[in-house]
Write a protein that binds this ligand. Structure first.
Ligand code: AP5
Ligand code: ZN
Length: 206
């Protein structure tokens, strides 16, 4: 399957992608995760992206486009299909994908109101050992040992999520314009209910 999953910061893209990779076997490509890995590794790309990410602003299009187009050329991606999480995020990024001949089976966007986004961001914690994402209230860690090692993303503050939401809203109509068949899913429900809706949309598109 070739799936694009869009939505505001903390709308649940990464969480839903876990379900989608399990269901369809495709490769999960999150530009946010790729950029955070580059920052942690101190690569030139990471160094050029760090300041924008820490401020909650978008990284320049050319940086992100180059990174994702290269990754889409990988053999695993050709064999298993892909799941784009958080890309494209601007009209220019969507145009670059189309120019590269990359055409999705399905494009979905998760609709979640800003108050819920703020609550999801401020309670999010991740496990540096497994990469698993939790929420203090909505998806608590399984035991004390995991709870003790959880970390917070540097852009997960209330102030920065508002900057990130504004960046998302600025480009939302350009993205929707590039994908007239984009399906909106109500993301403000339990994880399993959202997952079932997404699966229905993808199955119908395959
Ligand atoms: P990125 O990592 O993509 O961040 P984002 O878009 O802000 O999205 P998040 O990862 O914060 O949220 P999510 O939707 O994955 O939600 P999650 O499932 O974790 O990008 C980070 C930065 O990188 C950007 O700001 C930018 O600087 C840069 N960047 C990335 N891509 C770029 C691009 N294409 N162009 C330019 N710059 C780019 O869920 C959130 C929380 O809610 C979790 O705690 C989870 O447990 C909980 N939760 C999830 N679903 C539910 C539910 N249904 N009910 C209750 N709780 C839930
Ligand atoms: Zn994410």
């Amino acid at each position: 399957a070739k799936i694009i999953i869009a939505g505001a910061p903390a709308s649940g893209k990464g969480t839903q992608c876990e379900m989608l990779t399990a269901a369809y076997g495709c490769v999960h490509l999150s530009t946010g995760d790729m950029l955070r890995a580059a920052v942690a590794a101190g690569t030139p790309l990471g160094k050029s992206a760090a300041a924008a990410m820490d401020a909650g602003a978008l990284v320049p299009d050319d940086v992100v486009i180059g990174m994702i187009v290269e990754r889409l050329g990988g053999e695993d991606v050709a064999a298993r299909g892909w799941l784009l999480d958080g890309f494209p995020r601007t009209g220019a990024q969507a145009a670059a994908l189309a120019e590269a001949g990359v055409v999705p089976n399905a494009v979905l966007t998760l609709d979640v109101g800003v108050d819920t986004l703020v609550r999801r961001v401020t309670g999010r914690r991740s496990d540096p050992e497994t990469g698993k994402v939790y929420h203090l209230e909505f998806a608590p860690p399984p035991n004390e040992e995991v709870a003790a090692r959880l970390v917070c993303r540097s852009d997960d503050t209330e102030d920065k999520v508002r900057v990130r939401v504004a960046a998302f809203e600025e480009h939302a109509s350009a993205i929707a314009g590039q994908y007239p068949g984009m399906v909106r899913v109500d993301g403000e429900r339990p994880v399993d209910e959202v997952a079932a809706d997404i699966k229905g949309v993808v199955d119908a598109a395959l």
